[in-house]
Design a protein around this ligand. Structure first.
Ligand code: NAD
Length: 729
């Protein structure tokens, strides 16, 4: 075990260096923590040691707790978690008190933290327990407590210490939003104490000079008052009442970690420091015991990272892209050009006219200018990125491209033509990808002379913001094309899922039934307010009616017509069409023309529901229960995900869950559709499906796989959590 080393210098300063073997970033394990503890004991006991500097041998300090450890802790149950956390508190508190006399507060040994770079989670909680934090002014470094992003909160004293250091109001964005800062900003906020080019040297010098009073934390000194006021102080009162309302408004109460964090802060502020740590530990335990945190950590951290690292990548040679050709410089093509050029890839951006191609390139300039205005991008960086994009009309400029991404009109004839023109000039080893959202990949591949090198790479709009990329294998798509697509997605730092070719692939297949279920309810006379609020109260970012307004009602009409043409008699959505075709006839096409299910003012701001809707679809006097509306809206998506998995369109439930959260914002607290079914329990899910089927029709019938899992008392993750496909099982 060599996660930490201890080196006592001739000057009496012990340097404890964090350097986890075989990892590029330090993460804390239980063994690592025990070793650190033993070194602190050694330093405090050794008379030759005057003080300690804790640092890292890597370019960063630490990325946080090893989340697999959290999973292990959870396996021991609530008592084990609580005891484990209290043990951590004891070690960090030992660092903070550093052997001083608890009454006189004298005689402690100075302990400083020296951060060369990024310090996240426990990687900041440990420094916060030290007496002074020195950070290198490394602009790439990120400092903060991002725990809330994966459904937990800082539970190793970070919550209690930050609030006592800066006050609840100032600490709020760092704790509640997981805000990360570069060292300069962290210093300005008061999280770190000093910036130093050589933080170890600066920390060492400080340790040698530190006086007793320098080691006493404000909360351990007599007469401590919390900055901004504790809950019953008039200013504090405003803060705490306001924070509770704000958090509830933002989270709709579905994130247990946000509520628990607030409770730990509020209750902790009323009691002495050591008791506050106990309270923090209790709330942290309750969050870890909540299935939502397990599911969020699994999907948003462990499995997301596994997919990004190529969990489902075929074992073929590296396929890093050096030059990408993008056909069509419209909304999608322009966005794809930006993310590729920004990742250092050469881009040729083709459109039918040079004006259109240049307009596509100008889109990148626009994003970069916004970055410059926010001081996130430099003029040099802008010039560099734009320098990588060649806007053109001549297909000959595609020579040398090892990947093509086609984003022309959604028309098979246009797509076939550009496929042939591009393939005539690109190298024979190049891969051709289409960004189609609705056309079958295998059908489009017929235009290709190399169908094994033809694939779908489906981006979501807006491309620069949406983190998911859906990779679609056609019937003939080979491993090299899949690897190429995955390597491209890795280069542009997005998260991939790989699915098979079927109508609407995965994400759109699940989101369309959600929208449709909302629209059906309008026709049934369910209050639109109830529909939208039910969705938001279960953690969906947008209600179905707002979502269709955003994506546009005429797009809905177009998709409905195409689907009906393909399905014929089996088409199940006539009730939905009645509403959206009527809306389109009324000229209500959604936000883009300022008129949809909602009204919009001249500036495009969304107002109330359009009153013509209630006139045409009067609200029923008896309204359904909130839960029933929520079950309909969730099951519409979730059952489609299960069917996609059962049919082998989706080959891995991890992709299904990660893809759902990143692709369409499926209730992140749940960890995704499969995780939600596991939380609910398959037996209860089948019960809900049977009830909904009896009352609303066969679209809610429980798939055989769900029934089987329910009958055997099994779970999706218990059976398929290692990436097993339903087809293979
Ligand atoms: P768009 O209309 O904004 O852009 C299409 C561009 O292709 C236009 O600039 C057009 O001039 C150009 N073009 C047409 N024919 C061409 C040709 N022969 N040669 C070169 N350029 C040509 O459309 P979009 O929204 O960017 O969509 C493009 C593709 O991406 C479609 O297949 C669409 O289904 C898919 N897609 C769209 C979205 C979305 O949200 N808009 C999301 C995912 C996928």
């Amino acid at each position: 075990m060599t996660d930490f080393t201890y080196d006592l210098g001739a000057d009496g300063v012990a340097i404890i260096t964090w350097d986890v073997p075989n990892k590029s970033m330090n993460v804390m394990s239980l063994e690592g923590f025990a070793l650190l503890d033993s070194f602190i004991d050694r330093a405090l006991a050794d008379e030759a040691c005057k003080g300690v500097v804790i640092t890292s041998a890597k370019k960063d300090f630490a990325g946080g707790m090893d989340l697999n450890v959290i999973a292990q802790m959870r396996a021991g149950g609530a008592e084990a978690i609580f005891n484990g956390v209290m043990q951590m508190h004891a070690v960090l508190r030992k660092i903070e008190r550093a052997g001083m006399d608890p009454k006189t507060l004298k005689g402690g040994k100075p302990i400083a933290a020296a951060l060369p770079g990024t310090a996240l989670g426990i990687g900041l909680e440990l420094p916060l327990s030290c007496h002074r934090i020195f950070a290198a002014p490394n602009e790439k470094a990120k400092i903060g407590l991002p725990e809330i992003m994966v459904g937990i909160f800082p539970g190793a004293g970070g919550t209690t210490r930050l609030v006592r250091k800066m006050g609840a109001m100032v600490a709020a964005p760092f704790l509640l939003e997981g805000k990360l800062s570069a060292p300069k900003a962290a210093k300005a906020a008061g999280i770190v104490d000093e910036l130093a080019e050589d933080p170890v040297a600066a920390a060492r010098a400080w340790v040698l000079e530190a006086k007793d009073a320098d080691l006493v934390k404000p909360w351990d000194a007599k007469g401590y008052k919390m900055p901004g006021g504790a809950p019953y102080h008039p200013a504090g009162f405003m803060t705490f009442v306001g924070a509770s309302a704000m958090v509830h408004g933002k989270t709709m109460g579905v994130y247990p970690a946000a509520k628990a964090l607030l409770s730990a802060v509020y209750e902790g502020a009323l009691v002495p420091f050591d008791q506050a740590l106990r309270i923090e530990a209790r709330w942290f335990t309750s969050v870890l015991m909540n299935p939502s945190s397990t599911a969020m950590i699994r999907s948003l951290f462990i499995n997301k990272e596994a997919l990004e690292k190529g969990a489902n990548r075929p074992k073929v040679a590296d396929q890093t892209v050096s030059k990408v050709g993008i056909l069509g410089a419209g909304m999608m093509g322009a966005g794809i050009a930006y993310v590729a050029a920004n990742a250092g890839i050469e881009v040729v951006l083709i459109d039918a006219s040079i004006e259109a191609a240049e307009r596509g390139k100008a889109y990148s300039a626009g994003i970069l200018d916004k970055g410059i205005a926010r001081k996130k991008v430099t003029e040099e960086k802008k010039a560099e990125v734009l320098g990588r994009i060649t806007a053109a009309t001549d297909y000959a400029t595609l020579a040398g491209c090892d990947l093509i991404v086609e984003a022309v009109f959604e028309d098979p004839k246009v797509k076939a033509e550009v496929t042939q023109r591009a393939e005539a000039v690109i190298p024979t080893g190049a891969v051709f990808a289409t960004n189609t959202s609705t056309l079958p990949i295998s059908m489009l591949a017929k235009a290709s002379v190399r169908p094994e090198q033809f694939i779908g790479i489906h981006f979501f709009s807006p491309v620069d913001k949406m983190m998911l990329v859906e990779i679609i294998k056609g019937e003939k798509t080979g491993d090299v094309a899949v690897a190429k697509a995955l390597d491209f997605v890795r280069q542009i730092r997005k998260t991939p899922i790989v699915v098979n070719d079927a109508r609407f692939f995965y994400a759109n297949r699940c989101i369309i039934p959600y929208i449709n279920e909302g629209i059906r309810m309008v026709a049934e006379g369910v209050s639109p307010t109830l529909i939208e609020n039910a969705a938001k109260l279960v953690g969906m970012p947008l209600g179905p009616l707002q979502l269709v307004d955003e994506t546009s009602i005429d797009l809905g009409v177009k998709i409905a017509k195409a689907t009906k043409a393909a399905m014929g008699e089996a088409y199940p959505d006539a009730a939905v069409d009645e509403v959206i075709f009527w809306m389109a006839d009324q000229g209500r096409l959604g936000r883009k023309n300022g008129a949809g299910f909602y009204t919009y003012d001249a500036a495009g701001k969304r107002g109330d529901f359009w009153d013509g809707l209630a006139a045409h679809y009067p609200q029923a006097s008896a309204q359904p229960e909130l839960h029933e509306v929520q079950h309909r809206l969730l099951m519409a998506q979730v059952l489609e995900a299960v069917r996609a998995f059962e049919a082998g369109v989706l080959e891995d439930i991890r992709e299904g869950d990660v893809g759902a959260i990143l692709g369409w914002g499926f209730a992140p607290w749940s960890g995704g559709p499969f995780a939600w079914l596991d939380i609910l329990g398959a037996a209860r899910a089948v019960e809900i499906c049977d009830d909904l089927t009896a009352r609303f029709g066969p679209r809610f019938e429980a798939p055989a796989l769900l029934r089987d899992i329910a009958a055997k008392g099994d779970g999706f993750y218990a059976r398929f959590g290692g990436g097993q496909s339903a087809k293979a099982a």
